[in-house]
Design a protein around this ligand. Structure first.
Ligand code: NOJ
Length: 528
């Protein structure tokens, strides 16, 4: 098994993890300082959201140089130190590879827009205006408005799937492809352990630039991006070939991990696996109604779709979506943690979720996210889930010596690493115990998954490896519930309430409100 199949990945948003130089923004030296914490927590690898030079209009997802470090975060020497230290501590390091677009300040784009004849013109996607002078087609940007921006100087439109400051690269150009493959080689040569590939489904667009059809299910008040079905602006049939080449390139370095970011329905994710992406993120737990029957359906459908051929993965939160503790409340966030870390497949843990950190309300004058500015009032802004890590009850939560770039949660004096490390019943200790169990129990690490039971309150499943069987019973409700089954025998290994470990199970598992338990089942009695 690969390291990423055995362990969990910890997702760090670098601006918000640890500020070491007193500018209110996190940096690489700060992350290096805190690697010991990641090791103590028990994750196997760390993924960093972008750290490259950037005007930070989309907070690093608008890159001006893919092979350097933004001074805000440090230098390449700081990066090398971070990588060496991570490896010394037995942690893997993944970078965010942003291949779909660059910043409009990237020298490639500056060259491309300088003239229609520039050799790099076709490194980006330029089109003539429609006959009426408007955009070449109806495609819309994820962040609001048309996906096309008029360039007065050269008299054409360029495509931007996100902000107009993030022009899309043209992966149909062989030179551009090589240039981006060189970027991957640059970091692999330095020793990184893989990439999370940003917006991977968008790399290839329809060659004929056909209009996207309207979405009949869209209603006013919903995210305007969903007004259309994005049939032509992303996820095109030529993409798998390109991904195959990416995987071949990576394979020359051993087996660095390639994770794809794509918000697509499950059947459309399978070709990403087939093309060699180790796994496309599975965001279903962030989208599904928190109901045991629905969650069971998600798991079982996913397991069936992967058909034993592809490796599962699970995500509860990330830097683009509301945090799990805010979506489900603090009690169910513990149940969700047990689910995340006992399902089959790689778990990605978003920094701070292990403390039960919540979305932080952002006063209008402190809003940073361009999405919130462009499409206000719909709750699309992502600042709330990007606030500073809460390390201690000290000033600025131990994150920085100065006022941080985003506000710190009001509850930081109680909800922080130092306090929770002292409290064996804390969320932090629950995460740590779950990660330890995962590493210690082959049934969790690699065992088969069997769906056992669901009701309005309960979800029960089993993980199994050789003679070892672990039963996970989760109470999704605020009332007690019992899972009863004649002949059920075992011992409780862990409870989200952390107070009945070692308890014997006989014919039934009584669960308190909002409780999840892991039970080691006795080996079936021999009848001979
Ligand atoms: C997905 C990233 O996760 C998000 O933060 C970013 O804004 C877009 N891709 C554009 O790169």
């Amino acid at each position: 098994m690969h390291w990423w199949q055995r362990g969990a990945i910890y997702h760090i948003y670098p601006r918000s993890f640890q500020d070491s130089n007193g500018d209110g923004v996190g940096d690489l030296a700060g992350i290096t300082e805190r690697l010991k914490y990641c090791q103590w927590l028990g994750v196997s690898g760390v993924w960093l959201s972008p750290i490259y030079p950037s005007p930070m209009v989309d907070f690093g997802y608008d890159v001006t140089d893919h092979t350097d470090i933004d001074p805000l975060f440090g230098t390449l020497a700081d990066f090398d130190r971070l990588l060496a230290e991570a490896h010394r501590q037995g942690l893997r390091l993944l970078l965010d590879f942003v291949p779909n677009h660059t910043s409009d300040f990237h020298p490639w784009f500056v060259a491309s827009r300088s003239s229609r004849d520039h050799p790099r013109r076709d490194w980006y996607i330029w089109r003539d205006a429609a006959p009426d002078g408007g955009p070449p087609n109806n495609w819309i940007s994820v962040f609001g408005g048309s996906a096309w921006e008029w360039d007065e100087a050269t008299g054409q439109y360029y495509l931007h799937s996100y902000l107009k400051q993030q022009p899309d690269l043209n992966w149909r150009s062989p030179e551009l492809q090589q240039a981006m493959f060189d970027v991957m080689r640059f970091w692999l040569d330095r020793g990184v352990d893989g990439f999370r590939v940003d917006a991977v489904s968008r790399l290839i667009k329809d060659e004929q630039f056909r209009d996207d059809p309207p979405n009949p299910d869209w209603r006013p008040g919903q995210d305007p991006y969903h007004q259309q079905l994005h049939l032509f602006s992303r996820d095109q049939p030529e993409l798998p070939d390109l991904l195959r080449r990416m995987r071949q390139l990576a394979a020359a370095y051993g087996e660095p991990l390639l994770i794809g970011e794509a918000y697509l329905p499950l059947p459309r994710l399978i070709p990403y696996y087939e093309a060699g992406i180790h796994f496309p993120f599975n965001f279903q737990l962030m989208r599904t109604t928190w109901d045991p029957q629905q969650v069971r359906a998600v798991i079982d459908t996913y397991e069936a779709a992967l058909a034993g051929a592809h490796w599962p993965n699970w995500v509860l939160s990330n830097h683009d979506n509301s945090r799990v503790a805010s979506r489900l409340g603090p009690a169910q966030a513990r149940v969700a943690a047990m689910l995340l870390l006992t399902l089959r497949g790689t778990a990605t843990v978003y920094y701070g979720d292990e403390l039960g950190m919540c979305d932080v309300p952002i006063p209008p004058e402190r809003v940073h996210d361009p999405w919130e500015r462009n499409v206000p009032g719909l709750g699309l802004g992502r600042d709330p889930e990007r606030t500073p890590m809460q390390w201690s009850a000290a000033l600025h939560a131990g994150f920085s010596m100065v006022t941080p770039w985003l506000p710190i949660a009001e509850n930081f004096a109680q909800c922080n690493v130092a306090a929770q490390q002292q409290d064996s019943r804390s969320m932090l200790h629950l995460y740590r115990r779950l990660l330890q169990l995962r590493a210690a129990e082959p049934a969790f690490e690699s065992g088969a998954y069997t769906s056992r039971f669901s009701s309005d309150q309960l979800l029960v499943y089993q993980r199994e490896h050789a003679a070892q069987r672990l039963l996970v019973a989760l109470n999704f409700s605020a009332q007690p519930a019992t899972f009863a089954e004649a002949g059920l025998r075992g011992k409780t290994l862990l409870s989200t309430n952390q107070d009945r470990e070692g308890a014997t199970v006989q014919d039934a598992i009584p669960l308190e409100a909002n409780e999840g338990v892991i039970v080691r089942l006795n080996a079936p009695e021999s009848t001979s």
